[in-house]
Design a protein around this ligand. Structure first.
Ligand SMILES: [Zn+2]
Length: 591
């Protein structure tokens, strides 16, 4: 027989489908597993398919739902149960669901075996003497049916320093976190009771699409509300309910306090999603406390959705991309063409970004955002890091990267050449405002990352930032800006020549102010304060008088490069460059 799981075109369910395929492939089985761009097809005997799906479910539960964090493993007391077959007491740490699985199912662990109630349990810890040592623990008595185990149980508790935390003795199984599912692969379809709301297939076994089965696509906090008119919840088939539990296998996540940020690779083609799985999950890393599952290459604290998205995308880039730089090779899985093939061939690879905040026992979705510009983002990183594009004719993808490694400011004194690229981690660190507290420290960084991810100018924000933080070093920020801005500026905004003129002027001013006896940092602030073009020019005049021969104004300032229309942006470029050159000259003279 065949059991088909269709791809329904929703990132959540399709993540579950990818997770299911990957976990099925890990199991031993005699089922034929086939996929195409739109579905998973399992062929084999009903019993074989049923047992494979059950094994896959056990595996997904043990990996994501029924786990112990390092904190839980180190925390005493462990709980314990009595195994009647082995005639032994066995201890186990507390369990919980973690990461994306916690969004799906965050209920307490329940007994997997049975339990017998204590006939007596002390309401506080009692002091006992054991092998000459004093210990304190709760005392409980077994009922007559199990009284023969009492002495051995007490010995086990004392020996291992355990305490009694349950209402009875657990028998033949620990407590475990395990969401209920129905797996009905072997049973032939009885009379269909209707069609599934999600996949549209007829089914005889339905589950209500409620908050507990589909936390992210139902209810008031749901991403897709099934139930806008407070009607009865929609019905979904057992397969869709089952797939929903495999979502954590495809996703990446990062937690900050009560906030969880999750990233789901997505593509219109199932096979593309499956092919991308292995390389992407090279970046996977198991945090012992399950606070994240990727090793953020940009160290430090992150609190907000766009800065974390940036850090996540950069981490993938760093892990994946084998790049040449100044004769050195940076280890990674894929070369330039392979990387952009992964991102853009067949159906493009996108990421769904989800931000949810934990409330008492549920999660509220704050943001859900499809990021579709992966190709743009990775080309930008490539250029910013100053790599040379591999020469290869006949590939039009190269055309976009043709300027790599030669980003330079024409007419400027300083050139940013290939092999001397900007360190992204340093840029991100310099965007932190350390005078602020906690999550306020990175608010500006978050706004700037949002602009970058959305391909918008960061000029005004960066100018504000560099003039408000306490630092004496902003060079990586300026280098980044000068590569980035021309990438996203189009049409009627400033030309490249105007930008260069502004930067050149700024550099001369900054250097002159630092080097001249008469100059002081306040001169830059005075220039920055000017609101009108005439005031700006007047202030420059005043500086020229003050600094004398130290400041030579480039003639193109008066030759149409600075206009009424571009004044604001011209001034911002100029002042960022001025501050950078000021710090550079100051640091130089201190040596
Ligand atoms: Zn369905």
């Amino acid at each position: 027989m065949q059991v088909v799981f269709p791809k329904i075109g929703h990132f959540w369910q399709d993540s579950g489908l990818v997770g299911l395929v990957k976990i099925l492939e890990e199991q031993e089985h005699d089922v034929t597993i086939n996929t195409d761009s739109q579905q998973l097809i399992l062929s084999g005997s009903g019993q074989a398919i049923q047992s494979l799906l059950e094994k896959a479910y056990d595996a997904v539960v043990e990996r994501y739902y029924n786990v112990s964090t390092r904190k839980q493993r180190e925390e005493t007391p462990y709980q314990f149960y009595y195994d009647s077959r082995l005639d032994r007491f066995i201890s186990f740490p507390k369990k919980k669901s973690c990461g994306i699985a916690e969004i799906i199912y965050n209920k307490a662990a329940r007994p997997t075996g049975s339990s017998v109630k204590w006939v007596y349990k002390s309401d506080r810890k009692v002091e006992l003497e054991y092998k000459g040592k004093k210990i304190r623990r709760t005392v409980a008595h077994l009922p007559p049916s199990h009284a023969h185990l009492q002495e051995r149980m007490d010995e086990f508790l004392n020996e291992h320093g355990l305490d009694i935390t349950t209402a009875g003795l657990l028998l033949d199984g620990p407590n475990a976190v395990r969401p209920n599912v129905k797996i009905k692969a072997a049973a032939p379809l009885k009379k269909a009771k209707g069609n599934c709301f999600l996949c549209g297939q007829p089914s005889d076994t339905f589950e209500e699409a409620t908050q507990t089965t589909f936390p992210l696509i139902t209810g008031t906090s749901g991403v897709l509300s099934f139930n806008p008119m407070a009607r009865n919840p929609e019905k979904v088939c057992w397969k869709c309910a089952f797939l929903g539990k495999f979502v954590p296998a495809n996703g990446f996540f990062y937690t900050a306090g009560k906030d969880i940020f999750a990233f789901f690779p997505y593509s219109a083609s199932l096979n593309k999603m499956l092919d991308a799985f292995a390389p992407l999950h090279e970046a996977e890393y198991q945090d012992p406390n399950y606070l994240c599952n990727f090793d953020n290459k940009i160290k430090g604290f992150f609190y907000h959705v766009f800065e974390i998205t940036f850090a996540f995308l950069y981490t993938l880039y760093d892990k994946l991309f084998l790049r040449q730089s100044g004769g050195e090779e940076k280890s990674g899985l894929l070369n330039y063409n392979e990387l952009f093939g992964l991102l853009e061939d067949r159906a493009p690879l996108e990421f769904y970004v989800l931000h949810a905040r934990k409330r008492s026992d549920t999660f509220a979705v704050k943001t859900l955002w499809p990021f579709r510009e992966t190709g743009y983002f990775y080309r930008l990183m490539f250029r910013v890091e100053g790599h040379e594009t591999p020469a290869k004719t006949g590939d039009n993808r190269e055309a976009a990267g043709a300027r790599d490694g030669e980003t330079q400011i024409r007419g400027g004194e300083q050139k940013i050449r290939g092999n001397r690229g900007v360190q992204i981690a340093e840029v991100m660190r310099l965007l932190v405002d350390y005078r602020q507290e906690n999550e306020k420290r990175t608010l500006m960084r978050n706004r700037i990352c949002e602009r970058i991810l959305k391909k918008q100018s960061i000029l005004d924000l960066l100018e504000k930032h560099v003039y408000s933080v306490e630092t004496s070093y902003i060079k990586p920020l300026v280098d980044f800006l000068l590569i980035y801005e021309p990438e996203v500026r189009k049409g009627d905004s400033m030309t490249r020549e105007e930008q260069d003129a502004a930067v050149t002027l700024g550099r001369r001013i900054g250097t002159a102010v630092a080097k001249s006896e008469q100059g002081k940092k306040g001169d830059l602030f005075a220039l920055r304060k000017t609101r009108k073009l005439v005031d700006f020019l007047e202030q420059i005049n005043r500086l020229q008088f003050k600094l004398g021969g130290d400041l030579i104004i480039p003639p193109d300032l008066y030759e149409g490069k600075l206009t009424q229309d571009n004044f604001q942006e011209f001034k911002q470029f100029c002042l960022i460059a001025a501050l950078n050159s000021y710090y550079a000259a100051e640091n130089e003279s201190r040596k």
